[in-house]
Design a binder for this molecule. Sequence first.
Ligand SMILES: NC(=O)c1ccc[n+]([C@@H]2O[C@H](COP(=O)([O-])OP(=O)(O)OC[C@H]3O[C@@H](n4cnc5c(N)ncnc54)[C@H](O)[C@@H]3O)[C@@H](O)[C@H]2O)c1
Length: 333
Amino acid sequence: MNRVLITGVAGMIGSHLLDALLEKNTYDVIGIDDLSYGKLANINHHVKSPNFKFYRVNVSDFETLKILTRDVDTIVHLAAVKKVGEADSSMDTLKVNERGTQNILEAARMWGCKVFFASTSDVYGMSPDLPFREDGDLLLGPSMIKRWSYSVSKLYSEQMAFAYYKDYGVPIVIVRYFGGFSPRSSFSWSGGHIPIFVDAILNDREVPIHGDGSQSRSMAYVDDLITGSVLAMENEKAIGEIFNLGNDEEMTVLDSAKLIHEVAETGKELKLKFVPMEEVFGKKYKDILRRRPDLSKAKRFLGYEPKTNMREAIKKIIDLRREELKSSSNRIS
Ligand SMILES: NC(=O)c1ccc[n+]([C@@H]2O[C@H](COP(=O)([O-])OP(=O)(O)OC[C@H]3O[C@@H](n4cnc5c(N)ncnc54)[C@H](O)[C@@H]3O)[C@@H](O)[C@H]2O)c1
């Protein structure tokens, strides 16, 4: 059996990865999460599995991490605090993401584990070199804008991972996810725009569009991210490499709201609310205008191929969210 520890296991990607690994029957998994964003409901169906153990632990707690990682082959480090708007504090994003990664790498060095680290397409920032390649230059905005703290924390973590790889020989694999979603996404901004739009449209509320909505994103259904992650975890050739993972279908934020409205067939009008970018991210913030991954490295090294297109992905999340909303309203009535 492969022994894996997943940090952030109760989150969106962590819980789906747990499903996929336990399904294989070749993994024993320890999952940790402090439940700051993740939910026990995402992993409850596995708590009785003999191949899974869950601990409510903060990744900043090095002493506990040291004990839990002792007999582990691979640490999958997903726990993180994600994007912040100008009204929020960036302290947790910076501290948890930096300290957590440092702790994981140090534990891996002590026990000889491999580390799989989840980075983000946000590190490419405003780079004009599309599609984004793993060896391309990165272009981030000014430090007074809190929105950039997430990219900086992930870039720092990537550098730290490479330092452990080169100086101490810790085997590392880095993936840069390009926006994924599932019915287990947080239906707040921390889960990205798709779940927020789905919820607004199913509940006949205004869809909040930051700026004029012409900025594009490449979003993936979680299944594609999980397939790519398992391929990267299991391939020895992936060690010491960075891979973009996601879907390269690019769509503007406005078009994604229109597509969700069309697929949802609510019979109601689409209501849009345009929110000036500076209201959310501050005066000096320039948004990332386009985001598209170059997936050729993941395809070549790992045999990765995204399978779910945007329309199918949206249909899946709408159907499952509808069921969830129906069952919660049944519970209330
Ligand atoms: N979902 C995406 O679109 C996306 C895109 C790019 C990168 N990523 C990266 O992938 C990883 C997983 O993302 P996700 O979408 O599943 O996010 P998520 O917020 O759903 O999951 C993150 C989990 O980490 C846990 N966590 C946060 N702080 C913690 C701490 N101090 N100690 C222990 N647990 C803690 C949260 O409770 C949560 O369950 C993150 O590192 C994220 O930065 C995700």
